[in-house]
Design a protein around this ligand. Sequence first.
Ligand SMILES: O=c1ccn([C@@H]2O[C@H](COP(=O)(O)OP(=O)(O)O[C@H]3O[C@H](CS(=O)(=O)O)[C@@H](O)[C@H](O)[C@H]3O)[C@@H](O)[C@H]2O)c(=O)[nH]1
Length: 406
Amino acid sequence: MKIAVMGGDGFIGWPTSLHLSDAGHDVHILDNLSRRWIDTELGVQSLTPMDSIQERTRIWHAETGRRIHFNLIDLAKDYELLKNWLSEHRPDAIIHFAEQRAAPYSMKSDRHKNYTVNNNVSATHNLLNALTELSLDAHLIHLGTMGVYGYSTVGAAIPEGYLAVGIETAGGETVSQEILYPSNPGSIYHMTKCLDQLLFQFYAKNDGLRITDLHQGIVWGTHTEQTRRHAQLINRFDYDGDYGTVLNRFLIQAAIGYPLTVHGTGGQTRAFIHIQDSVRCIELALKNPPARGARVEIFNQMTETHRVRDLAEMIARISGATIAWLPNPRKEAAENELIVRNEKFRNLGLEPITLEAGLLGEIVDVAKKFAYRVDRARVPAVSAWTRDIAATINHDPEGKRLKSVS
Ligand SMILES: O=c1ccn([C@@H]2O[C@H](COP(=O)(O)OP(=O)(O)O[C@H]3O[C@H](CS(=O)(=O)O)[C@@H](O)[C@H](O)[C@H]3O)[C@@H](O)[C@H]2O)c(=O)[nH]1
């Protein structure tokens, strides 16, 4: 297949591009390199040393003889360029990662809120609009998030996108219907993914676009089979307070002897998936497109759930790290249950890498190897969800104002 990977220079976009190229597909990356600019804005860098996209694709060609093409296009701003590219290349499938993906970054300031909404919603809409205008029947796969469901304290299992409800008619009869699961975003970033969902519903219904939305959990790990093939194919690894996700942050914190930064009681339960499984799921979704005219296909792309404090305690046990119990910079439920249905990928043959099995290798491999590149001052999460919270959180790099350390 000819596949366009929008956002193919990012944390999941890059290993996905390699995985699909390795599987024999003709891969074209479209990316505005915004993630690299944001690193510059924040004054941080990936834990792993990362080459330019042109250099990465050159190495991939030298290693495998396969070409990955790179196009510098901003989906949100360059509508005509995007449309012309799609019109010329007419890909069979499009994988859409081209959005600002960090919740803390989206909550940093009014400017960051505007940027995240404008970028994410425009990128998605421009893509849908162009596909319709060009009558291009490409299968669109979008990287969504488990965060669209929110974290209720009820503890009922979250279905894959649609919820069966009974509605009472005027005649007093109860009819059953499947509705899109009610959105309950916890950040501006998560809210943009909820808005994306509505755009998908409309374009599938009105124009018959074939769309798959992957509601992904928190990704951990950094290597995939293909990124291991050469030092310069390595994936990025974020550990900073804005882009670092919780488990990867704990791993690097353990490696550099920094107290594990648990927000609040650590009672937040979240869904997780290893990066290798993430790219496998994308390939499975690619092989199983919805029919034209069908409703948006939704998968829950996660393999296990964990409570944040349990992860911290597990890593502390393995590594001897201490745990810092910090005031939470986010507005979120202090404690929640999370039960997630994920049979669809399991039925398509996904055999998950479990945290227990994969964890130690990751610590040794990546976190310790590149620990010398860490700027400790970039570890704390300082982006607060509200002004009131901002007044109370800890900004001190080595945690002198922590609630407690155990
Ligand atoms: O040092 C830290 C960092 C985070 N947390 C807590 O860990 C949980 C998860 O935070 P996260 O930064 O790992 O994940 P999140 O902000 O939800 O976002 C990440 O995970 C999402 C999937 S999900 O969480 O919505 O399932 C993706 O959509 C996003 O792109 C990705 O950045 C939160 O309760 C947070 O308060 C800590 O206790 N300590």
